[in-house]
Design a protein around this ligand. Sequence first.
Ligand code: KIV
Ligand code: NA
Length: 266
Amino acid sequence: MDSITLKRLARMKREHQRIACLTCYDATFARLLESAGVEVLLVGDSLGNVIQGHGSTLAVTLDDMVYHSACVARAISAPLLIADLPFLSYATPAQAIESARQLMGDGGARMIKLEGGSQVLDTIRLLSDFGVPVCAHLGLLPQSVHRLGGYRYQGRDAAAAERIRADALALQQAGAELLVLECVPAALATELSQSLSLPVIGIGAGADCDGQVLVLHDLLGASVTGQPRFSRDFLTGQSHGLRGAVDAYVTAVKTGTFPGPEQILF
Ligand code: KIV
Ligand code: NA
């Protein structure tokens, strides 16, 4: 695989080639995902849930993120490595700059991701001005779970959808170069994927985004505490092991067969 640049992802969007993204937290899986052709590896703060056993992402520290990002970075060469800025590590632009320095400088990330809309616009402008590629994240924002009142779909009424539309455009104008849309109605995600120039990566956001992302453990059916309904277990029932499961995911994303109707809730 050639090195995956943001330019390459933008070209994939223009050429309607779907982008396969997965979360990753360690070197062994990083090598497996690279060999299966996963273009984007996200060291997500979902590691608070799947690695650390918390009920949310709120306890994850910047040190945790740097540690896992470095574990992944040393194992891969081609995939684009994105790392999440954890809860309250970017509450001021100055703090965001220092946090991004650690994730990229010490953690080896090539892009950072942060959650939110209007409250992060100045921060995104500053980061991108100083050479930090930014992935934005709208819809269900796990770091805001206590304000949202739970993990639920966002943008389901006209006013909420309109806020997401306006935020997405503003984020792109501020310099975001990728957007994760989590748990929004498929029609809204389709519309945004078509109207925005940046690639849109969906999770629980229908089949017509420019790419898809899943939490690795969900794809492997390993989440005994409950598989999200928008994800699919690609491991059970096939005979090629972990690599077979990841291959099946990549193929399903590339051919547009994941998510299927049973994963599309709204
Ligand atoms: O932390 C994470 O895994 C994420 C993805 C679900 C997009 O942010
Ligand atoms: Na995250």
